[in-house]
Design a protein around this ligand. Structure first.
Ligand code: FE
Length: 245
């Protein structure tokens, strides 16, 4: 009698462990959506929405040969995904859980104790903006309307190119080069690490990642070649025009 009671307890415990581990596996498999480009809304156990890795706006091999699928696999699938995962872990159980990414960036930027949250949140946003700043068969000059605005604000398209290249090459260490709209005028800026114009009064229009992970697999240490390629073959002027509206 005693033996069968013990057996019953053992079996019950084993099935509970199995059930809990199955739930845990399912929870993490939904959360870790970088590989499958899941578009389903992800929520935590309380039902609050979690920050998601957005879908790439093109196939992972669509920017080749300029940016290889291998780079995208690491840059998007590993780096961008890691910022998403870290951010969700950092805000879990805090008053930032359930807030939009933009709200999290603004709140954490104003609070020095939330630097880790800011870095991951801003990097999630900056990377999504970067993927949209490129397109297959992009680059070159924009359409006539946008070209006129660029010429008016920079002097000439060539002057814009010079300024943008300069921002990208002179950003010491990791960071970003940006085309922004500030006080009604186009402007080139650069930011270090995770910093983003979202925390300023400038409106971001386009960005280029100059962290080494953006170009090292395809261009090794030749950041200027990557910047040239970005401007000649990749920049998405339609995205810039859309952001200007
Ligand atoms: Fe990056």
């Amino acid at each position: 009698m005693e033996l069968s009671k013990r057996k019953f307890i053992k079996n019950t415990l084993l099935s509970s462990v199995f059930f809990l581990s199955a739930c845990k596996t399912r929870f993490y498999s939904i959360k870790k959506n970088g590989e499958g480009f899941s578009t389903s809304k992800i929520t935590n156990k309380k039902g609050d929405p979690m920050i998601e890795l957005p879908q790439l706006p093109y196939a992972k091999n669509a920017l080749a040969p300029h940016i290889s699928e291998n780079t995208i696999n690491f840059h998007y699938g590993k780096h961008h995904q890691a910022y998403v995962t870290n951010l969700n872990n950092l805000i879990a159980g805090t008053d930032l859980e359930g807030k939009s990414l933009e709200e999290i960036i603004k709140i954490s930027a104003a609070d020095k104790t939330k630097a880790g949250i800011f870095n991951n949140a801003a990097q999630v946003w900056n990377h999504t903006f970067y993927w949209n700043s490129m397109k297959p068969n992009g680059g070159g000059k924009p359409s006539a309307d946008l070209l006129k605005i660029i010429e008016a604000d920079f002097g000439s398209f060539e002057d814009f190119v010079k300024e943008f290249k300069n921002a990208g090459t002179t950003q010491f260490g990791s960071g970003w080069a940006w085309l922004v709209l500030e006080n009604g005028k186009l402007k080139v800026t650069k930011t270090g690490n995770a910093e983003t114009p979202l925390t300023t009064n400038a409106k971001p229009l386009m960005t280029m990642d100059v962290w080494e992970h953006a170009y090292y697999l395809d261009f090794q240490n030749a950041r200027p070649s990557y910047i040239d390629t970005f401007l000649v073959h990749l920049v998405n002027w339609d995205f810039v025009a859309k952001n200007l509206k």
